[in-house]
Design a protein around this ligand. Structure first.
Ligand SMILES: Nc1ncnc2c1ncn2[C@@H]1O[C@H](COP(=O)(O)OP(=O)(O)OP(=O)(O)O)[C@@H](O)[C@H]1O
Ligand SMILES: [Mg+2]
Length: 446
């Protein structure tokens, strides 16, 4: 801004010029002025002087405005959030705002005249040189991203936008710090890579997990099968008791026949026949049990009724000893494609549970009713007992692994869990349960 001395100096200079002009004008006049003329001239000069003073005030006002604007724009330039550089091809940095100097970590005076490349990190230098070449080659705005090395060796990433002037000597460059954005982008890219890697391996990991689960299921099925085996030995004992008794009676009768003289070749043949029938029956029983314990290796089509009958035949005698009847009715011959022995294992688990409840609750006229039918291409088998049913609060936990209401030596709680696994995972069916009113009813749908 101008001070008072400046203004006074200007006024006196203007006055000198005006006086010079006046004396020149007087010299040019051939005769001295009349009083009237001098009066008019004086008036003119006064008006002129006022005009000049007004012009002078206007000029001063304009100059103040220009200076204010300059101050304002210098502030805007220096404290802009973006670094501004003026660069030349040969002499490097010509001008820089405060933000720009801050980006390079240096004082402004130390930067002027130094090549900008000095601050460009080694790996970005080639691309920066190419960028600058393009900027000076045409008057089109160019953009690039480079790494800078601040004084003190701190690294930062910047985006530079530059445009050269028309002769192509000088260019103006806006430099924006994008370090944070770059870090976020890098982190994002890293995350994306990790995700892609995860995605790539996801399928194989799922397959692997499924295989492992299936192996675990298979192991549990075998464990459950072994538990059922103990039960079966009991059943074999029951099934053998009667033929063994008969066999014993025949053998005891032999010496009686011989001593009474009724023993002949004919009666010997009859004895041998009866005994062989019993022995064949017993051996058949063993074969049935052995085949039941063989693991199913492959999926086969089988008749549900036949598997039910076989399973019933294995437990029937021991159940009758405990005064439990098993009834079975079938509509048609529903067929299933799957694992027949695993299916039988499920039936056995359900039958054993029913037996436990019927015995445990001491039910009179204990009955297990099995019914098989076909519906919409599916086999539907229901196994209902009259033991009183399942408490509603445990109904939806029944198929959970290790859920049991029995004493630790009586049950482990895997029977129904395994049964559901076999039916739903191995054979794609459904195993459900409901209360009928006087007992529980399990429903196998495959
Ligand atoms: N027919 C049924 N009536 C009433 N409750 C039943 C019946 N069947 C099963 N339950 C209940 O379901 C529970 C779980 O049966 P699950 O066969 O899974 O295990 P568990 O019989 O207790 O033991 P495990 O079979 O492993 O020896 C049983 O403890 C019993 O409380
Ligand atoms: Mg059980």
């Amino acid at each position: 801004m101008k001070n008072a001395d400046d203004t006074a100096g200007e006024t006196s200079q203007l006055r000198r010029q005006a006086e010079e002009r006046l004396s020149k004008a007087e010299a040019e006049m051939s005769r001295p002025l009349t009083g009237e003329e001098a009066q008019r001239l004086y008036h003119e000069l006064q008006v002129h002087q006022i005009e000049l003073e007004m012009q002078n005030a206007e000029l001063r006002q304009s100059r103040n405005e220009v200076e204010e604007a300059l101050e304002k724009y210098t502030g805007l330039y220096d404290f802009a959030p973006v670094g501004y550089f003026t660069l030349t091809r040969d002499t490097g940095i010509v001008a820089v705002n405060l933000t720009g100097a801050g980006l390079l970590g240096s004082g402004r005076s130390r930067l002027i005249g130094r090549p900008f490349e000095l601050f460009v990190a080694e790996e970005s230098r080639a691309s920066f040189t190419a960028f600058l070449g393009k900027v000076f080659a045409g008057q089109i705005k160019q953009t690039c991203e480079v790494a800078l090395l601040k004084e003190g060796n701190n690294r930062l990433f910047v985006q530079i936008e530059a445009l050269s002037d028309t002769p192509g000597n000088e260019c103006r460059a806006a430099v924006i710090d994008i370090t944070e954005r770059r870090r976020a982008e890098d982190a994002l890219a890293e995350k994306r890579r990790e995700l892609e890697e995860l995605n790539r391996t996801l399928k194989s990991r799922i397959v692997q997990a499924v295989v492992e689960l299936r192996e675990k299921d298979q192991m549990l099925i075998l464990q459950d099968r072994r538990a059922v085996m103990g039960e079966m030995i009991n059943n074999i004992a029951h099934q053998w008791r009667q033929p063994l008794n008969s066999l014993g009676l025949y053998i005891q009768e032999l010496p009686l026949d011989i001593s009474s003289g009724t023993f002949s070749a004919e009666t010997a043949e009859i004895y041998v026949d009866k005994c062989m029938q019993l022995i064949t029956h017993m051996s058949q029983t063993i074969d049935d049990f052995r085949s039941f314990f063989r693991s199913d290796k492959k999926i086969v089509p089988f008749g549900v009724a036949q598997v039910i009958r076989q399973t019933i035949s294995m437990v029937e005698k021991s159940y009758l000893d405990q005064r439990i009847r098993i009834s079975f009715a079938t509509e048609g011959d529903p067929r299933v494609t799957g694992f027949p022995n695993e299916y039988a294992q499920v039936l056995l688990n359900i039958l054993m549970n029913a037996r436990d409840e019927l015995v445990g609750r001491d039910v009179d006229d204990a009955l297990i009713s099995i019914h098989a039918a076909e519906n919409g291409g599916k086999s539907i088998v229901t196994i209902a007992d009259n033991a009183g049913g399942i408490a509603p609060e445990i109904l939806d936990r029944l198929f959970d692994p290790y859920f049991t209401t029995k004493e630790p030596d009586k049950g482990t709680g895997v029977g129904l869990f395994m049964s559901q696994t076999i039916i739903e995972k191995n054979m794609g069916g459904r195993l459900t349960v409901r209360n009928t009113g006087n007992g529980a009813e399990f429903r196998i749908e495959v």
